[in-house]
Every structure is written in C-alpha cells, then in structure tokens.
Write a protein that binds this ligand. Structure first.
Ligand SMILES: *Cc1c(COP(=O)(O)O)cnc(C)c1O
Length: 369
C-alpha cells in the first residue's frame, strides 16, 4: 500500500554524499579496526555532543554490556523495566542482578525517590534510562550514587544531541551509552558509543571492544568484538552533517501532533522538560480508556487498519519477559505496568508530512466515540 506509514524511517544522506565519503576507503583498504573514519567520527561527535571522551562501538547494546564489564561490577544493579530489552539484558549477561525500580508517571524515567529503598549491601550501580529522550532526575541520582558509592551508567540510547542545563547529556554519571541504530535520531547504520569521564575506563573499553587485547602479546581481559567499521563510521559522518536539520524537522512534526492532540481528555502527551534541549526522538501517547473512550488496543488496531504502524513501546515490561521465568514481581513497579499497558508511540521522523500527521490524528480522534 502506497499510504503505509511506519513508526520510523531511517535518516540517510544523498547517495552521492555517501559515495564521496567512502571513496577514500578504496585507496586505503582500511575497512575496520579504528581506521581514519572511525577517528574522524569520534572527534566530530565529541564536538557535537559536547563531551570530553567518547568511544565508538558496533551498537548501543555492546556499549552497555562492555561498560558494565569495564567497571568490574558485582551484585545488584538498580534499573527500570520500562525500556528496551537491551538495558536489562546487558545487566543479566554480565552476571549481575537487575533490581527494578518504578518509574515517574510524567517522564517515564526511573523514579529517583524510590531508588534508596532498593539499595542493599549488594548494590553496586544504578542504570537509569533517559527514556524517549526524557531526562532522568540527574541531581537526585548523583546524590544517591555519591552517598552510597554506586556507579551510574545511563542508557542514553534515546538522547543523541540533547543537552541538560547547557551540558552535553553524555557528560553525566560514570558513563552514558548511546545507540546509533538505523531507527534512532542519528544513525551509523548500526553503531553505538560510550561517553565517559575517567580515562582509565576509556582504555578498558577500548581493549574490551577488541577481544581484551592490550598489546601484540598481551591479552588482559575476556573481551568481545565490538569495533565500529569504516563504512558505518562513514555513514555516521554523513548523517552528522544533517543532524541539526533533521532534529529541527522532527520538532515541527511534534508541534503538529501537539496542536492536534493537546488538551484532549484521556490523552497524556510526552512531558516538556525545563533545561533540556530535546531531540524529539519519540512521540509517546498514553490513552486512559475511561476518559478517552477507547483503549490503547482499539487505537492501535484502527491505525493498523489504515496502514499506520504505531508501536506499543515499551510493552511488555522487561521484568515480565519469558526468558526471566517470572523471577521478578511486576507488581513492585505498578506505575511502569500502568503506563506500559496504555502507551503508544506514534510515527515520527524528519520527513513525515503534516498531512500524514493530520491523518493519524484524525484516526485517533475518531476512536473517541
Ligand atoms: C536502541 C536501544 C538500545 C540498544 O541499541 P542498539 O544500537 O540497537 O544495540 C539500548 N537501549 C535502548 C533504550 C534503546 O532504545
């Protein structure tokens, strides 16, 4: 169907721009292992993201997983179940125990006022998620981490290009992990990055992404292979040139949605945060059936009938996944459960036409009665 609208559409440069960018790879024959494109993208991202240090990886998941490994953690990690599988999996795959904290009903991020109650003798870290690009309560998380000597690793996969109080969002906590996956605001096809302050952590990460190799005859850690290759770095360099423009287009799409859906009974739109420069990554809408007059399922089905792909993002909660065999009590995170049953993220990308936004909103509002 010609009129199908997916929830997102990957940003791509003009073909010629990418061809020009990769032509030097044919001269150098350097395809991966921290080549010139990798170095160039790293420097350009430090500048754009307003951070001191960054390391590039194959994807956002390896960024999370290897950061936890590099910090040499053991025990329990306080985190949120209202996230993508990756956050929880990174914790569990490191042999750590996730302890799920409930979320805030406005920002959908971890509810920092509930963290302290979950701290035990085994707690080693907090892994909050800036979900949908909404920023966690950084000050309170920092206070708790300092008081109990805990590491803070932000899953910052949704926050590319954002700032908080004028500072790059990657400059908070011990580390912030970004995803440059095809579906994110900025992509390098597949890709990820870790921003960090401690240079020693950087060295460890650099080695862990290359099998733990320290020198030609020295392997110091059981590492993985998570090096960003030159073609991905080249795509990143091209997309970065257009990032500001893409975010500005997203802003306009979001404004259109807000104009149409703002103030409607039973619809909660995403919060607008003071001191945050947003990247307009997602447009989540929470439907309260009683006030709105239709359930999330009805809206989802109606949109699907019309070829529009909204997503139940994030549903189900990660603490209910089959792979965890009912180990976690979902009733301990009631707000997350409530939101996950009612939220839909609507299509959002730079090229989404206003007419399409209007059509999506018309369909949603037609469900009301
Ligand atoms: C996309 C995403 C990841 C994983 O990133 P990949 O680059 O796909 O590996 C991790 N956490 C969150 C919240 C994400 O949305």
């Amino acid at each position: 169907m010609a009129n199908n609208i997916l929830v997102t559409r990957s940003s791509m440069p003009e073909l010629q721009e990418y061809m020009d960018e990769i032509s030097s790879i044919w001269d150098s024959h350097w395809l991966t292992n921290m080549g010139p494109k990798h170095k160039q993208l790293q420097a350009a991202l430090c500048d754009y993201m307003g951070v001191e240090n960054i390391d590039l990886l194959t994807n956002g998941h390896m960024a999370l997983e290897l950061t936890l490994q590099a910090l040499n953690l053991q025990g329990e990690v306080i985190t949120t179940p209202f996230t993508f599988a990756s956050t929880t999996h990174a914790i569990v795959r490191n042999g750590l125990t996730p302890v799920f904290c409930d979320i805030d009903s406005e920002t959908y991020c971890i509810d920092a006022s509930k963290i302290e109650k979950l701290i035990t003798d085994y707690t080693c870290a907090i892994m909050p998620v800036h979900v949908y690009g909404n920023i966690c309560n950084i000050e309170e998380i920092e206070r708790i981490a300092h008081k109990y000597e805990l590491k803070v690793i932000y899953d910052a996969a949704h926050t590319f290009g954002e700032t908080y109080k004028g500072k790059g969002i990657g400059s908070f906590g011990d580390a912030s992990c970004f995803s440059f996956h095809a579906t994110k605001v900025f992509n390098s096809i597949e890709g990820g990055a870790v921003c960090f302050s401690d240079k020693q952590l950087g060295t460890k990460l650099y080695e862990l992404k290359n099998f733990g190799i320290h020198g030609p005859e020295e392997v110091l850690a059981v590492g993985a292979n998570a090096k960003m290759n030159e073609f991905c770095a080249a795509m990143g360099l091209c997309n970065l040139r257009h990032a500001e423009e893409e975010i500005e287009k997203r802003r306009k799409v979001v404004e259109r949605y807000r104009k149409r859906l703002g103030g409607v009974d039973g619809i909660q739109l995403n919060c607008i945060q003071k001191d945050v420069k947003s990247n307009y990554a997602y447009f989540p809408v929470v439907f309260e059936e009683k006030q709105f007059g239709a359930s999330r399922a009805e809206v989802f089905d109606k949109l699907a009938e019309n070829g529009i792909g909204a997503r139940k993002y994030f549903y189900p909660l990660t603490n209910t996944f089959e792979c965890f065999h009912n180990q976690y009590d979902v009733l301990k995170t009631p707000v997350a459960l409530h939101i996950s049953k009612r939220v839909l993220t609507l299509p959002l990308y730079a090229e989404l036409a206003f007419e399409d936004v209007d059509r999506i909103c018309d369909i949603i509002l037609s469900c009301k009665y």
